[in-house]
Design a protein around this ligand. Structure first.
Ligand SMILES: *Cc1c(COP(=O)(O)O)cnc(C)c1O
Length: 226
C-alpha cells in the first residue's frame, strides 16, 4: 500500500468511532510526512524532541504534533512552543518542566500520563500509586499550563493475544479509576492511547481513543537516515 492508501484504510476503519489515528513518523523524512498530510492526515507522533523540533518548521502549521517517546526534562524546551500533546509524562518532574515551559510561551499543553502495562522491564511508565501521588501533589494542583487529557501505554511486544487483551484492559481500568477519582466532571480527560501497527485491532476493541501507527503506514524505519 502507498502512504495515501494506508491513511485511507485507517480512516475507513475508524470511521464513526471515537478513536483517532496518530501517524508515527519518527525516523522518516519530511517528504513522507507531507505525503500523509496530503492524504488528509493531521496528527503525527514523534519520539525524540529534537527530531520533532527540526521537522515542525518545514511542514504545514496545522499539524497536531504528539510526543510519544520518553522525554528528558532538559528537552521539553525544544517542543514547548508548538507541541499539541505530550503522551509520555512519567514523572512529576517532567510535568513541572512542561508547566514551566508552556507558561513561558503562554500556552496550554495537553498531557497523557504514561503507564507501565507491559511485562518488559525496560518500558517507561508510571504505576497507579505513582500517578495518584502526582495528582494529589500541591505542585500539580497549582498548574495552569498543563491539561491532563488521559492515559497512554505500550503493550508487551508479543503475539499472545490474550496477554495483549489483558494489558489493554488494564490500561482502560487505570483510566476509569483516575477518571472517577480525579476527573469526574472534566470532559477533556477522555483519552486512552494504546495500540500500534501490530496490535491496533485489539486496542480498538478494548476502547482505545488514539492508535499510534508507524510501520503500517510508512514502512520499516531506517535508523541510518536521521
Ligand atoms: C514507534 C512507536 C509506535 C509505532 O510503532 P509501529 O509498530 O511502527 O506502529 C507507537 N508508539 C510508540 C510509543 C512508539 O515509540
Amino acid at each position: 500500500m502507498t502512504i495515501a492508501e494506508s491513511i485511507a484504510f485507517f480512516n475507513k476503519k475508524l470511521e464513526g468511532s471515537n478513536c483517532r489515528l496518530i501517524a508515527v513518523s519518527k525516523t522518516h523524512p519530511e517528504a513522507l510526512i507531507q505525503e500523509a498530510y496530503d492524504a488528509g492526515q493531521r496528527i503525527f507522533g514523534e519520539n525524540k524532541a529534537q527530531e520533532m523540533a527540526a521537522k515542525q518548521p518545514n511542514l504545514p502549521q496545522d499539524i497536531e504534533w504528539h510526543m510519544i517517546g520518553h522525554l528528558q526534562t532538559n528537552k521539553v524546551k525544544y517542543i514547548a512552543p508548538f507541541v499539541h500533546t505530550i503522551q509520555s509524562v512519567d514523572s512529576l518532574k517532567v510535568l513541572e518542566e512542561i508547566e514551566k515551559q508552556a507558561a513561558k510561551h503562554n500556552r496550554k499543553i495537553n498531557c497523557l500520563l504514561q503507564f507501565h502495562i507491559a511485562e518488559e522491564e525496560t518500558k517507561f511508565g508510571l504505576s497507579e500509586a505513582e500517578a495518584n501521588e502526582i495528582l494529589q501533589s500541591e505542585s500539580y494542583r497549582n498548574m495552569q499550563h498543563v491539561q491532563l487529557t488521559g492515559v497512554m501505554g505500550i503493550a508487551t511486544n508479543t503475539e499472545n493475544e490474550d496477554q495483549l487483551r489483558k494489558e489493554f484492559a488494564h490500561l482502560r481500568t487505570i483510566f476509569e479509576n483516575l477518571k472517577q477519582q480525579f476527573f469526574p466532571t472534566d470532559a477533556v480527560f477522555k483519552e486512552i492511547s494504546m495500540g500500534m501497527s501490530s496490535d491496533y485491532e485489539l486496542a480498538i476493541a478494548a476502547g482505545s481513543t488514539f492508535i499510534r501507527v508507524g510501520s503500517a503506514i510508512f514502512g520499516n524505519r531506517n535508523y541510518g537516515n536521521i
